[in-house]
Write a protein that binds this ligand. Structure first.
Ligand code: DQA
Length: 141
């Protein structure tokens, strides 16, 4: 069975309640349940943390024995050299996902320490971006 890990960064635990005009009104746990039914033959895991170092550790743990990682580093996208370095250090392909279109937002969101290390980036397609990232990872592995 193929293995894919979803890793979400800070404040994404508040999805559904957090700025619904930007991020929508569905919480991630509900979305994750529906996502699992779309890919029933996949070992899909989900981890969220508000702490940068925990995200680095999660990348290291999933990074050598999964078929891919779907990563939304949230605000750490724009600040974290450590998360960029972790992606470069592991062997599993990483797809960077953003729910909102970061390019249509503030200028500080234009910088990503992740994009250059990722296999690719999906931004602005809402929660569907996670499913699309998984389908890409399954097709390539
Ligand atoms: C985000 C975009 C980031 O700029 C922001 O800090 C987030 C969420 C997104 O999914 O659109 O927390 O990664």
């Amino acid at each position: 069975m193929k293995k894919i890990a979803i890793i979400n960064g800070p404040n994404l635990n508040l999805l559904g309640r957090r700025e619904p005009g930007v991020y929508g009104s569905t919480d991630f746990e509900s979305y994750f349940e529906s996502l699992k039914t779309l890919v029933p033959h996949l070992a899909l895991s989900y981890f969220q943390s508000n702490i940068e170092g925990e995200l680095v550790t999660a990348l290291q743990q999933a990074g050598f024995d999964s078929d891919g990682i779907v990563l939304n580093p949230a605000a750490y996208t724009h600040t974290s050299v450590a998360i960029g370095d972790a992606i470069a250090a592991i062997t599993a392909p990483v797809v960077e996902v953003h729910i909102s279109n970061v390019h249509a937002r503030e200028s500080f969101r234009q910088l990503s320490h992740v994009s250059a290390k990722a296999a690719g980036t999906i931004t602005g397609l809402g929660l569907q971006g996670y499913e699309l990232a998984i389908r890409y990872l399954l097709a390539r592995s």
